[in-house]
Design a protein around this ligand. Structure first.
Ligand code: B12
Ligand code: SF4
Ligand code: SF4
Length: 308
């Protein structure tokens, strides 16, 4: 965790251009409430510190051919609930020491530049894949923020960089990590995470094969990242999460079963899971495409079995 100055943002213009280019795709909510994003005081009047937290969600995965391939962050309980519960405990603890203190816990729930504040708070730096990377720990961590009216000394921004590496750019199946005006960014319309979670209805036929075997989300640009590889000299990198709620908890039906899953079974299966966001129709569409891609794509375009 670390603390950022609420007034420290420098990325607002970059964000506006990203929206103007339409890179947010179907996530229309991202174009709204820009005034709130620019000024967190409108979310919590009198805010003096942004406490940023990161929670490791890494875990072993087994990519078996007939099973759905789900991004690691979504294998356990919905992280929004897990992190918000912890942030609320922190807010109540601070309040017990400072009666009258104002605080607000946010995990994707409010229009906040979570990555930029977390960078300012020292949690990590921006990789070319745009994920926040911590040089010691890698990028398998989720973010949350606690706005508070209590003044803390801000931390120093994290230092680091990718150097000449471009593994994620070359590995991205849809080539959606692009360099424009000197800044690496993700064209969200083409990211498999958007396509398999946020986009409703049919895909452009040219992009559907590129989804490969991803059923929900995509982890490729993090799987290939050197900062996420275990090294004897860096034992803190890519460790398995110590948070039991974020570890895989569910037995998912296989892909064929998912294409036919009833509304009732889907409802029961996804209680408390972030996977619920894709919806009943969405998961059936994704599973059907995965099966189609399995028949038509060579193994090197699909996930390798039994990776960790
Ligand atoms: C929209 C969104 C997406 C979109 C767009 C992703 C993107 N790269 O923009 C889609 C659906 C594609 C997506 C995918 C994923 N997402 Co997402 N997503 C978000 C969300 C809700 C908003 C991100 C956003 O505003 N993007 C627009 C771009 C322009 O903003 P930005 O990347 O933050 O860029 C900032 C910097 O560029 C900065 N900046 C600009 N110039 C400069 C200059 C300097 C010097 C500095 C310091 C900064 C700076 O300004 C920008 C605004 O602050 C955040 C939560 C949040 N509220 O922030 C989660 C979030 C970014 N996602 C997250 C995750 C885990 C994922 C996935 C891994 C999920 C998956 N496995 O499928 C993938 C990763 C894909 C990828 N390579 O980014 C995590 C990332 C954690 C981390 N360690 O980085 C977040 C923070 C959610 C969370 N609460 O933990 N996501
Ligand atoms: S999540 Fe997948 S599709 Fe999106 S940028 Fe990373 S590798 Fe590309
Ligand atoms: S794979 Fe390489 S270029 Fe991509 S984020 Fe990691 S270090 Fe940076």
């Amino acid at each position: 965790m670390g603390v950022a100055d609420p007034k420290g943002l420098v990325g607002v213009e970059h964000y506006k251009k990203w929206i103007e280019k339409g890179y947010h795709g179907p996530m229309e909510y991202l174009a709204n409430h820009l005034h709130l994003r620019q000024d967190v005081d409108s979310l919590l009047p009198g805010v003096r510190s942004v406490i940023c937290v990161g929670l490791n969600y890494n875990q072993p995965v087994s990519n078996l051919p007939d099973q759905p391939r789900i991004a690691r962050y979504a294998l356990g309980r919905d992280y929004h609930k897990v992190i918000r519960t912890k942030l609320k405990s922190l807010g109540r603890l601070l309040e017990s020491h400072h009666p009258g203190l104002g605080w607000r816990a946010c995990v994707d729930s409010a229009p906040i530049f979570e990555r930029e504040y977390s960078h300012l708070a020292g949690l990590g730096w921006f990789g070319k894949n745009t994920c926040l990377i911590n040089s010691q720990r890698g990028s398998w961590f989720l973010l949350g923020t606690l706005l508070t009216t209590l003044a803390f000394e801000p931390d120093k921004p994290a230092l680091g960089g990718c150097g000449t590496c471009r593994l994620c750019i070359d590995a991205c199946p849809t080539q959606c990590i692009v360099l424009e005006e000197g800044k690496w960014q993700v064209d969200g319309r083409k990211c498999i995470s958007t396509l398999t979670i946020e986009q409703k209805g049919d895909w452009d036929p040219s992009i559907a094969p590129l989804i490969g075997d991803w059923t929900f989300g995509c982890d490729i640009c993090q799987e290939v990242c050197p900062f996420n590889q275990v090294r004897p000299t860096q034992p803190s990198r890519a460790t398995t999460s110590q948070e039991p709620d974020l570890l895989s908890q569910r037995q998912w039906p296989d892909l064929v079963q998912l294409t036919q899953i009833s509304h009732e079974d889907w409802d029961r299966l996804t209680q408390g899971s972030a996977v619920r966001r894709v919806g009943h129709e969405g998961i059936k569409r994704n599973a059907a495409q995965n099966l189609h891609n399995r028949q038509n794509l060579s193994e090197d375009k699909l996930g390798k079995p039994e990776t960790t």
